[in-house]
Ligand binder design. Structure first.
Ligand SMILES: Nc1ncnc2c1ncn2[C@@H]1O[C@H](COP(=O)(O)OP(=O)(O)OP(=O)(O)O)[C@@H](O)[C@H]1O
Ligand SMILES: [Mg+2]
Length: 283
């Protein structure tokens, strides 16, 4: 089982969108995935159409270490995708709720989660307080979506320094994923700067600026089932190779197969609903 924290101390850079899309792509490829919403804004819980549930991640932080594994497992809920589960968050989640920055790590270890999941994806709030430190200490890898802007790029160097100081056991950024990319000179200049500052850690695949991400959230839809032929979906499928060494064709075949099944099932449902309505009208 691999645990990944999605982190950036800057807000609005696409952390939640990235966490949700990667978790969905992994689940549609056939992996068992647990998403953890570690942000009081609970956007990941909304993106996966689950909303806030009780118990949730706050109950895990508030539990004693002896009770936390039970709280963690009972906070797991299903999403619309069979292989994807989530622990939701809530509006009053604060860092101080966690007794220390190792509580989440110790809890996950005590749960024996590896029996149930191949991947755990933790979405984080902007900032670097005890909540993010908890996620960093618990994870094996840190993925950082970023904008291509001066302050965002400057901030990553500082963020890595802060992580090393606060979380010496786990604070290294593994992958930086450029987001909101457009093929313009300014963006390409920042990409070159990132490559120099973090050699080998910036993905060659950049997530394009694409309104599809806002559309699927607004409509409560799943990118890969409802907008598979968008630029955004294609980029995430490609990204799976750089992030997880999963071949683009393997991911594409699995995801498009699941989409075909989904379309067939919806068509069948509509057909039988229509038939039932016709029968009722004729009686
Ligand atoms: N590649 C993209 N192209 C266009 N819009 C995007 C892209 N990625 C994310 N967005 C949109 O940008 C907004 C911010 O994204 P998101 O909520 O994922 O950021 P965040 O880093 O999680 O924010 P916060 O720091 O508040 O948690 C959302 O409306 C999302 O739909
Ligand atoms: Mg977010």
């Amino acid at each position: 089982m691999k645990i990944i924290s999605v982190l950036n101390h800057k807000g609005g850079v696409g952390k939640t969108t990235f966490t949700g899309c990667v978790a969905q792509a992994l689940a549609l490829t056939g992996y068992r995935v647990l998403a953890v919403d570690n942000d009081s804004q609970h956007n990941l819980s909304s993106l996966l159409n689950v909303g806030v549930r009780q118990p949730n991640i706050l109950d895990v932080y508030k539990s004693t270490l002896a009770d936390a594994p039970k709280a963690f497992l009972s906070a797991v809920v299903k999403t619309g995708l069979p292989n994807l589960h989530i622990i939701t968050s809530c509006g009053n989640l604060i860092g101080e709720a966690a007794p220390d920055a190792f509580h989440l790590k110790n809890t996950i270890e005590a749960c024996g989660l590896g029996r149930y999941y191949d991947f755990v994806m933790i979405d984080n709030a902007p900032g670097l307080d005890r909540l993010q430190a908890s996620a960093v200490n618990a994870c094996h890898e840190i993925f950082v979506p970023t904008e291509l802007r001066q302050f965002a790029v400057d901030g990553l160097v500082e963020m890595e320094r802060t992580l090393e100081a606060r979380c010496p056991q786990g604070g290294r950024i593994t992958k930086i994923v450029p987001n909101f990319y457009r093929d313009i000179r300014r963006h390409n200049t920042f990409l070159a700067a990132l490559d120099t500052m973090f050699p080998g850690r910036v993905t060659a695949t950049r997530i394009p600026l694409d309104s599809v991400f806002d559309e699927v959230v607004t409509e409560g839809k799943i990118l890969f089932l409802h907008r598979l032929y968008s630029k955004g979906a294609a980029t995430y499928i490609k990204l799976m190779y750089e992030l997880f060494n999963l071949g683009e064709e393997t991911v594409w075949d699995a995801v498009s197969g699941k989409r075909d099944e989904y379309i067939r099932d919806r068509a069948r449902e509509r057909y039988y609903k229509m038939k039932t309505e016709d029968t009722e009208d004729n009686t």
